[in-house]
Design a protein around this ligand. Structure first.
Ligand SMILES: [Zn+2]
Length: 343
């Protein structure tokens, strides 16, 4: 219903029940047996969709593009001059211009927005995408595993056998690590404080949340970083940034994006761009559908690549990129969304 708008059955149902309303935000309407079943599924799967910015044409105040609800609800009132403001009217050239608004935004909301890694691209439409996978497309199979995922976290590790871990073709120490993590037995701060060995259980990296197994392996804040060297390998310019609670692909893409922008600004015309992510290289060399979570960043990078310069995208191992790795960690430790360093 949401993603295949062109099929006949979707068009019929849309005309009958939706008119111009958005399917995902519709409030319950009853109808035929089929429609009622769809509404039931929608209720269960709704949380699996998230709002993803593209061209920034969404209303600044009346869509939940920031993840904290409609901003109109966070302010005393929206000034009449600001009613029509879209996200892209306030976020210009990679920066927030809150001074363009007549409405006063609370400082904490402003701080939250400043930390969001916003990236706009005019070819990508703002819309809800499926967050169960990174390409943003919903399939029945994904929906099924999404629903099971919450069941999985609820009954923790007890009912599941993890014996298959020992059959992974990997070194013993890796298998042991995975096994320990799956049994929630890694010596995280939460675990150590639970056993009375530590007083504080805050994650030392972000100082915001408890350091649980999932937090340190998956949910902690991430950063990105990169550097430009000349043909002799000497340092020219470096950059780092923070993307909050996100994932590694996002960080890798932002590193490539900011690296290319920086190189272009430095007037470099022949560039070898190394990334330690094979997925990034693959995404950039193939067609990416518009629903992808990071479509805006990917399209921005592709736009940069078509400019009048020579860029070669290459894969390198993280070990061969120690300095970039250091900058990425630096980015994660510092709150700024982006900063660049000359020396
Ligand atoms: Zn953390």
């Amino acid at each position: 219903m949401h993603q295949n708008c062109d099929t006949l059955w979707v068009q019929v149902l849309r005309h009958k029940y939706l008119n111009d309303d958005m399917f995902l935000t519709i409030t319950k309407k009853s109808g035929s047996i089929t429609w009622n079943a769809i509404m039931k599924a929608l209720l269960a799967l709704k949380d699996g969709f998230q709002y993803r910015l593209g061209d920034g044409n969404s209303s600044f105040w009346y869509t939940n593009w920031s993840g904290i609800g409609n901003l109109a609800n966070q302010v005393m009132y929206v000034d009449i001059h600001d009613l029509q403001m879209r996200v892209r009217d306030v976020y210009i050239d990679g920066k927030w211009n809150f001074n363009l608004l007549y409405t006063t935004i609370p400082v904490d909301v402003m701080d939250h927005l400043k930390l969001l890694p916003v990236c706009l691209n005019s070819q990508v439409v703002d819309r809800y995408t499926w967050k169960g996978n990174l390409n943003g497309l919903y399939t029945a199979k994904d929906g099924y595993s999404w629903l099971n995922r919450s069941a999985f976290t609820d009954n923790a590790t007890n009912d599941i056998t993890w014996n298959w871990v020992w059959h992974i073709p990997a070194p013993e120490k890796i298998k042991f690590f995975i096994w320990t993590a799956l049994h929630n037995a890694l010596p995280t701060k939460t675990m150590l404080s639970h056993r009375g060995l530590l007083q504080v259980n805050l994650c030392p990296r972000c100082n915001i949340e408890e350091e649980t197994t999932l937090h340190c392996l998956r949910n902690c804040i991430s950063g990105f970083g990169g550097l430009i060297r000349n043909s002799d390998g000497a340092w020219v310019h470096g950059f780092a940034g923070n993307i909050g609670f996100s994932n590694i692909l996002h960080a890798e893409l932002l590193a490539v994006y900011h690296g290319l922008v920086l190189a272009w600004e430095l007037d470099i015309k022949d560039l070898w761009c190394y990334s330690d992510s094979k997925i990034v290289i693959k995404l950039l060399s193939n067609h990416v559908n518009e629903w992808h979570h990071y479509a805006a960043i990917i399209y921005n990078i592709k736009d940069l690549l078509t400019r009048n310069w020579r860029v070669r995208l290459l894969h390198t191992l993280r070990e061969g990129n120690t300095c970039a790795d250091f900058l990425a960690k630096f980015g994660a430790r510092n709150p700024e969304a982006y900063n660049s360093k000359k020396d």
